[in-house]
Ligand binder design. Structure first.
Ligand code: ADP
Ligand code: MG
Length: 315
């Protein structure tokens, strides 16, 4: 691609995605300007996706773009932040054709519209390697009020939003190792929904929070470590989807199956802690409690288990 073509394509594909944001200068400048929102901190997060690592080779480009945006919005959601914009880097494989690049931009466009965000700038390169793309999401939180991983105190409740396990089961479904007749599990894995709807609840009630991307046990442990506390996490209380519950019923070893759901990733729900002497916030399931010390005690099928023993594995 000549330089002229390249700039033409950036204009054509990405300029509409600014959605008129004044500080994006129609992507005609070297940098963008973000006007400060009074009374707020700018909250910033970034995540990259690599073909064959974070999404299957040959995945539809529009879904890659939407997942890229959504995993970043999930981080902002867990922080109680309100997203408004993003920066995008794409490294197109030479083998990608114009149609694939356009599908990527159209997918991103649909979700920017849906979540009411503007693309403010980015960078475009070509690679001999796998398709790689990175997005930096920007959001606002009231000054000093971003919900941190640090902040959990002994006696707090341990909570999780939505349902857990569909991400890991969805990956297994995409890989063809479990049945998914209606495709609901695969769909949840391919196109997660960031829990931006929980912002007010998190700001009002959470003492600490993280999004569930690495796996519930790991992400809850991140909160414990950052907060200098221990946890009791009871996998018997895990909120499951209908498909997740059906899968669990079919497993010969319930304890092992619960551990698999607890350590699997890609749910993009929110794990948080809230004060034990206040009512449980709506939209969350209580799955354990915060303890003093630094021990992470995981229970499944009524017993204390070692979720690390089997290690992480594909289902
Ligand atoms: P330079 O290399 O001179 O910095 P670029 O080609 O990187 O210029 O960028 C030109 C303009 O296009 C900038 O405003 C940049 O933010 C924008 N841009 C380039 N690639 C992307 C992209 N993938 N997404 C959004 N904006 C982009
Ligand atoms: Mg420049």
């Amino acid at each position: 691609m000549s330089d002229a073509d390249e700039f033409g394509e950036i204009e054509r594909l990405f300029r509409p995605l600014t959605r008129g944001a004044p500080g994006a200068f129609e992507l005609k400048d070297d940098a963008a300007v973000v006007s400060h929102r009074p009374g707020c901190d700018l909250v910033v997060t970034t995540d990259a996706l690599v073909e064959g690592v974070h999404f299957p080779i040959g995945e539809a480009p529009d879904l890659v773009a939407r997942k890229l945006l959504r995993v970043n919005l999930s981080d902002l959601a867990a922080k109680g932040a309100e997203p408004f914009g993003c920066l995008l880097t794409v490294a197109w494989p030479r083998s990608y054709d114009a149609r694939q690049r356009e599908r990527f931009a159209l997918g991103l466009s649909a979700d920017l519209e849906g979540f009411d965000l503007s693309l403010l700038g980015g960078d475009t390169v070509v690679t001999e390697g796998p398709f790689t793309t990175s997005l930096t999401a920007l959001g606002w939180a009231p000054t000093g009020k971003m919900v941190r991983r640090a902040g959990a105190r002994p006696g707090d409740r341990l909570l999780v939003s939505g349902v857990i396990g569909d991400g890991a089961l969805g990956l297994a479904a995409v890989q063809g190792s479990i049945a998914d007749p209606e495709g609901v599990l695969a769909f949840r894995y391919r196109l997660p929904t960031p829990r931006l709807d929980l912002r007010d609840t998190l700001r009002a009630s959470a003492t600490a929070a993280a999004d569930v991307s690495d796996g519930l046990v790991a992400d809850a442990s991140h909160i414990a470590k950052a907060s200098g506390v221990g946890l009791i996490l009871d996998l018997d209380r895990l909120p499951l989807s209908g498909a997740g519950a059906t899968w669990l019923e079919q497993q010969p070893d319930v304890q092992e199956a619960l551990i698999r759901l607890g350590v699997g990733g890609d749910d993009y729900e929110i794990v948080c802690t809230s004060r034990g002497d206040r009512p449980k916030p709506a939209g969350f399931t209580e799955i354990g409690e915060v303890t003093s010390g630094d021990t992470i005690e995981v229970r499944a099928a009524g017993r204390i288990v070692d979720p690390g023993r089997g290690g992480w594995r594909h289902l």
